[in-house]
Design a protein around this ligand. Structure first.
Ligand code: NAP
Length: 246
């Protein structure tokens, strides 16, 4: 039998890379995209013939169109591309960072959904899975730019679910708390020490923990739509409310 195709964005690192591995293990052919092609090629060769890598910048219309045109069919789209930039307070907000966060997390997701929706519908059992965040419904000091973007991603998924009612496409949002990936290093402009300090004395989720949740969501029977799945480390009750053992 032919294997179903899953597209995973943001697969050069963290949750996206782990999700590509997880879905390939669950029997999907995976098409992985991100800007750093060398990382993607390494991932694809570690997965084997079930994986294909293509360069993708979700903030660029043409890049999304070319990437999606090369995907012949698609049953699952997992939107992982995105992240946070900085932790400026509103008074000092850097508009360029806000714009970039909105571009990758929100408009990037929109571009991917718009381009692949006809193929998801045509599959007869399509599924859009978007990695949001607890930042999409819990705000925190210094979080406004990322909070605003993830709140918007959440609204986009909610509306999509309404608009697709009656079509054979599920819409799921996975909202993780703290996951140790490159996320915080990117957020803090490459400051690995500052990023590591966030996880001091507590046990964060791993990218594999979140990928397993995504694997669970996409392998439910097709009438079952897990519309939101919130997953946090036991050591985190809310954004900024963390139990540390030291
Ligand atoms: P990560 O390790 O930094 O991975 C982010 C991925 O997004 C990378 O593969 C990056 O690839 C890709 N990406 C960023 N901008 C892109 C663009 N313009 N076009 C294509 N790909 C792009 O962080 P992560 O934790 O796995 O993050 C994955 C998702 O989970 C993000 O949406 C993030 O907001 C969300 N999330 C993370 C956490 C956490 O604590 N880590 C918690 C909740 C939600 P390239 O740089 O190679 O393009």
């Amino acid at each position: 039998m032919q294997r179903a195709v899953a597209v995973v964005t943001g697969a050069s690192s963290g949750i996206g890379a782990a999700t590509a591995r997880e879905l390939a293990r669950s029997g999907f052919d995976v098409v992985v995209g991100a800007r750093r092609f060398d990382r993607l090629a390494e991932l694809a060769s570690s997965i084997g013939p079930a994986a294909r890598a293509s360069r993708l910048d979700v903030t660029d219309d043409q890049s999304v169109v070319s990437f999606c045109e090369a995907v012949p069919e698609c049953r699952v789209l997992v939107n992982c591309a995105g992240g946070a930039l900085g932790s400026d307070r509103v008074a000092d907000a850097d508009l360029a960072r806000w714009t970039e966060m909105y571009e990758s997390n929100v408009l990037g997701t929109l571009r991917m959904v718009r381009a692949l929706l006809p193929k998801l519908v045509a599959s007869g059992d399509g599924h859009v899975v978007t990695v949001g965040s607890v930042a999409g419904f819990e705000t925190y000091v210094g979080g406004a730019g990322y909070n605003a973007a993830k709140h918007a991603t959440r609204a986009l998924m909610d509306v999509l679910r309404l608009e697709l009612l009656g079509q054979p496409v599920r819409v799921s949002e996975i909202d993780p708390g703290m996951v140790e990936t490159e996320f915080s290093v990117v957020r803090f402009d490459g400051d690995a020490e500052r990023a590591a300090a966030l996880y001091a004395g507590m046990t964060p989720l791993s990218a594999d923990d979140v990928a397993e949740c995504i694997g669970f969501v996409v392998t439910r029977p097709s009438h079952v739509d897990i519309d939101q799945l919130v997953v946090r480390p036991r050591d985190q009750a809310r954004v900024g409310v963390v139990h540390r053992r030291d």
